[in-house]
Design a protein around this ligand. Structure first.
Ligand code: HEM
Length: 449
């Protein structure tokens, strides 16, 4: 860690020279975050920002400083409960940032225990089954719009596909899966987040009750049976994390790569180029438009020095994966042909399912381009709408056109979501008192109490 000259700090006052904090919200940021990162980087590896009006944070925009933070949980711990007490209860970034007992927001032995349950359960998943399921699901989704000649690939494909994969892996009934994903999207979009949180929590609890009552060969059951013996509450939080981490970024990787493939002349003729072109597009997106743009908040417990700056205690330090990846200090020569980008994070919290997540995106795109070879954007690329989020680089729509094609036969199990019987047939409905207790507990965690 560097030593800092006295007064060169990034405390609540903002830029040491101007006092200004750059907003990570609003039309300018949403329209072109790369330009904002470029401006911020001109002043060094760290930038004073606002995550929402009146919510200060330090954004790490340099590659070296990002790695230093991610690899040093001692100085940059993940538990933000003290910080959460300093922001209003209705602070719009709380639903994403407030503490939950999951592997993303814990450190040390607690983190290792939670992470072990996830990685051991993921290791039991047969990759061939996942591959076959993704291919068949992709076919089934494409069938739904193939004869129409147009589609919104975001909602009808990129978002839908990871949902199906998640529900398949966890053996979810269809309605439970749908409530989970719409709840998670509303939380990330800050749309009535308290109700969305409640809807999502109820759905996850139903899944846990179902799998406790009747374990099967799926991730949720393996997590419940893991020797670490997580409580229902702890399982709830790991599932909550995997749903958030697993569906939103995956959808954004698929959509951002499709956008690049369909708009950049370097990828014209991708069909004849085959899957290498898709891998190139995925690499480029992971470098320049990573699905998780700014996240991984840590909360120093005391003042710390980083990249020559003094950071205050209890104020979020947020990693800008998007800015760090395009840091000119790191150099273009490092980027070409390698995967040293930070799109999967780094250090003890690095994404535990990078290979699987990439495989799903790759299959999804390959299938689509095979079935609809003359796919084209339905609007000029600069007119594609982006979602307003300080955390994700996410399109709000991806309209496309293509020559209509006939539906193909799909494997029978993909014509509906995994054939898990309705919860009522296996698990007793949760008693009202239990639902209420969970609901209040979740709202307390959400507020960081
Ligand atoms: C394209 C898709 C994905 C991207 C870009 C992505 C990116 C990331 C990043 C940047 C982190 C580090 C977060 C941090 O340090 O705070 C992370 C962590 C994590 N990811 Fe992924 N991820 C993706 C897919 C998935 C999927 C499909 C799952 C599981 C179903 C998943 C589960 C997790 C978990 C559990 C963590 C936390 C690990 C820990 O704290 O030890 N991710 N991911």
């Amino acid at each position: 860690m560097n030593s800092a000259p006295a007064g060169n700090d990034l405390g609540t006052g903002g830029c040491p020279v101007t006092g200004h904090r750059t907003p990570l919200y609003g039309p300018e940021f949403t329209a072109n975050p790369a330009r904002v990162y470029e401006r911020l980087r001109a002043n060094g590896q760290l930038a004073p920002v606002e995550l929402a009006p009146g919510v200060p944070a330090t954004l790490v925009v340099g590659y070296e400083a990002a790695l230093e933070v991610l690899r040093n949980p001692g100085d940059f711990p993940r538990d933000g409960r003290r910080w959460a007490k300093t922001v209003p209860e209705d602070c719009p970034v709380l639903p994403v940032m407030s503490y939950r007992p999951n592997c993303l927001m814990t450190d040390g032995a607690e983190h290792a225990r939670f992470r072990g349950v996830i990685t051991d359960s993921v290791a039991r998943v047969d990759p061939n089954k996942v591959r076959a399921h993704v291919e068949a699901t992709a076919d089934m989704l494409i069938n739904q719009f193939a004869e129409r000649g147009s589609a919104d690939l975001l909602t009808e494909y990129a978002v839908a596909l990871p949902l199906w994969v998640f529900t398949f892996l966890h053996g979810c009934p269809k309605d439970v899966g749908e409530r989970m994903v719409t709840g998670m999207r509303d939380i990330v979009d800050m749309r009535d987040p308290e109700r969305a949180n409640e809807r999502l929590t109820t759905a996850l609890l139903e899944l846990i009750a179902l799998k406790r009552a009747e374990p099967a060969q799926d991730m949720a059951s393996w997590m419940l049976a893991h020797p670490a013996q997580l409580t229902d509450e702890e399982i709830l939080h790991q599932l909550f994390l995997m749903l958030g981490a697993g569906t939103e970024p995956e959808a954004n990787l698929i959509a951002n790569a499709l956008r690049l493939l369909l708009s950049d002349h370097r990828f014209a003729g991708y069909v004849s180029g085959g899957s290498m072109r898709i891998e190139d597009a995925l690499d480029e997106v992971l470098w320049t438009d990573p699905p998780v743009a700014n996240l991984s908040a840590s909360y120093p417990e005391r003042e710390v020095l980083l990249a020559g700056r003094r950071l205050p205690a209890d104020q979020p330090v947020v990693i800008s994966y998007a800015a760090a990846n395009t840091d000119p200090e790191f150099g273009d020569e490092h980027r070409s042909g390698n995967r040293a980008h930070l799109a999967w994070g780094a250090g003890p919290h690095a994404c535990p399912v990078q290979g699987q997540a990439r495989m799903v995106a790759s299959i999804a795109i390959e299938k689509l381009l095979d079935r609809l070879p003359d796919l084209a954007l339905g609007v000029p690329v600069e007119d594609l709408p982006w979602r307003e989020s300080p955390f994700l680089r996410a399109l709000a729509g991806l309209p496309v056109t293509f020559t209509p094609v006939r539906p193909v036969e799909t494997a029978p199990e993909t014509t509906q979501l995994p054939a898990v019987p309705a919860p009522a047939r296996h698990a007793a409905p949760l008693p009202t008192a239990v639902r209420q207790r969970w609901k209040h507990a979740i709202i307390r965690w959400w507020r960081g109490q």
